[in-house]
Design a protein around this ligand. Structure first.
Ligand code: HEM
Length: 499
């Protein structure tokens, strides 16, 4: 007798849950204004379809596949849509009145503090960006050239050691160490020493991987982020953001003394990012927190992106003998004509059409970010590809799906640097159909820095070394999370011209 009221409560809860489920299914099948958008069946009702795909680490490929199957607009989750046309890029990422970032980005940082990547309020973003923009401009990037030369020298020495030992190396790992060493050198004038030690000297790589994986899952349930973050803190779970801040703050403290010393001796030889930040701090333009945040952001956003792009570039190049031959001819001829120095400068590299075509084709074939760049449809709603998207809908373009759209790039799965060369003149075409660095006001602020590194290191490797793949059909073997990280091994040899 006493059990009955208790059972009634359970029956009531079960009935309510069932009613909720039925009404949800009914809504998405018959009332949702975007019900006609095609996509995987379960994505119509739940975020779990997208979550499981992310967990399988091949979201980028799945996105390409879905667009091939369903067309320009695809549903990923009940309120999330992927679009892969240039018109949608122009609408969503417009410089004026582009759509703001969606809540999906909240999990890219501490719940109570925003950073340049995850700040959603456009005014707030503009203020932050304006303060820092000069540190990342094309004209400033060349100030960091000396720091890149320093790390490139170490990389070349290491490659020689590997070549002498005919050692098989996990190239993508070496490039990851390179990218960390070089961004630390540029940002804080410190050598993390990863290339030399052949290991992650600071335990940073895993930290950053966690920081990038977490939002892929929690972004879909971003309202849970503050709660999960506090829960993690309470149980002492490793906090990637805190680990990174600790490392960065230690370096800033060390550099402060060095900076004071350099200033005292009016020594302007060191042009690190941090010295420029200190100058801004002295004139009251940035506060102490902004110094720490922007150094941390450089490390987190500027290392894997660059190593992923370099890894893909070398892989495709050494698997395409025609392209390797043509690039070497361009470099050798330019050297013989005194048009490039040793080491090559950023300015010189940018004048080499084939090299630029190669880099653009790499960014097309393997954009570092593998997710849609999610934005929230504003209050006015939006018309795209024949659909009306109501306010608050999450939409985005995934560079992978855009770059593999055959209407934009014929034979999109074929690596073909020549597609970027103008017929007749041989100069490099504009890369305006690429989304590898994002779009609109939120375009990658660090792109000139990464291009500085890649433009200098790729010619240096190509002029001196062979990458020999034991299996000529080997694949990039990528793991897709926020970044699509390749993993491959090869044997390094000194250059021979029998390509
Ligand atoms: C090949 C290398 C790189 C690629 C492919 C790349 C890609 C991207 C993309 C796609 C975005 C836009 C993300 C979005 O809309 O959600 C972005 C933003 C950003 N990137 Fe990069 N990135 C690279 C290198 C770098 C470097 C070297 C740095 C720092 C030194 C950097 C710092 C940032 C920052 C701070 C943002 C946020 C910008 C904002 O919202 O205003 N990135 N990057």
């Amino acid at each position: 007798m006493e059990i009955r009221p208790f059972m009634n409560v359970w029956a009531f809860l079960a009935f309510t849950a069932l009613l909720f489920l039925i009404s949800r299914v009914f809504y998405h099948l018959f009332l949702n204004p975007l019900r006609k958008v095609p996509g995987p069946f379960f994505a119509r009702f739940t975020n779990l379809w997208e979550l499981c795909t992310i967990h399988r680490s091949n979201f980028n490929e799945k996105c390409v596949e879905l667009h091939k199957k369903y067309g320009p607009v695809v549903r990923l989750a009940p309120n999330r849509y992927s679009i892969n046309t240039i018109d949608s890029v122009k609408t969503i990422y417009a410089l004026r009145n582009g759509f703001p970032k969606s809540e999906w980005y909240d999990a890219f940082g501490h719940p109570s503090a925003r950073n340049l990547l995850n700040v959603r309020n456009e005014k707030d973003h503009t203020t932050r960006k304006r303060l820092l923009a000069s540190l990342y401009s094309m004209s400033t990037a060349v100030h960091y050239e000396e720091q890149v030369n320093r790390i490139n020298k170490i990389l070349t020495r290491k490659f020689r050691e590997y070549a002498n030992g005919r050692q098989r190396v996990t190239m993508t790992k070496v490039l990851q160490y390179y990218a960390f060493d070089v961004i630390a050198q540029i940002t804080m004038d410190v050598n993390f020493g990863m290339i030399d030690a052949e290991k992650d000297t600071l335990g940073l790589l895993e930290t950053i991987e966690q920081a990038n994986d977490y939002p892929m899952y929690i972004g879909l349930y971003s309202h849970l982020h503050p709660f999960l973050f506090s829960l993690g803190d309470f149980f002492g779970a490793p906090n990637p953001f805190a680990t990174l801040t600790k490392i960065v703050d230690r370096q800033i403290k060390i550099y402060k003394t060095k900076y004071a010393d350099l200033k005292q001796h009016s020594d302007n030889s060191c042009q690190s990012f941090l010295s420029k930040l200190f100058s801004l701090h002295e004139t009251g333009q940035v506060d102490r927190q902004a110094i720490s945040d922007s150094c941390g952001m450089n490390i987190i956003a500027g290392s894997d992106t660059t190593s992923v792009t370099m890894g893909a570039c070398l892989f495709y190049l050494y698997h395409t003998p025609r392209a390797l031959k043509q690039l070497r001819e361009e470099l050798d001829t330019s050297k013989a004509q005194g048009l490039i120095s040793d080491p090559i400068t950023f300015a010189e590299a940018q004048k080499l059409p084939y090299l630029q075509a190669l880099l653009q084709e790499t960014l097309r074939m393997h954009p570092a970010v593998g997710q849609i760049l999610a934005r929230s449809v504003p209050n006015t709603g939006a018309e795209m590809e024949g659909y009306h998207f109501p306010p608050g809908t999450e939409v985005g373009v995934n560079a992978w799906a855009l770059h593999r759209n055959p209407a934009l790039f014929p034979d999109p799965d074929v690596f073909q640097p020549e597609r970027w060369l103008e017929e007749g003149t041989g100069s490099t075409k504009k890369a305006d159909k690429l989304l590898a660095f994002g779009g609109g006001t939120r375009t990658c602020i660090g792109r000139h820095i990464s291009l500085l590194e890649i433009n200098k290191v790729v010619p240096q490797i190509v002029q001196n070394f062979e990458l020999v793949f034991e299996d000529s059909n080997s694949s990039l073997n990528s793991r897709a999370s926020w970044f699509v990280v390749p993993k491959y091994e090869c044997i390094l040899q000194e250059r021979s011209d029998e390509v």
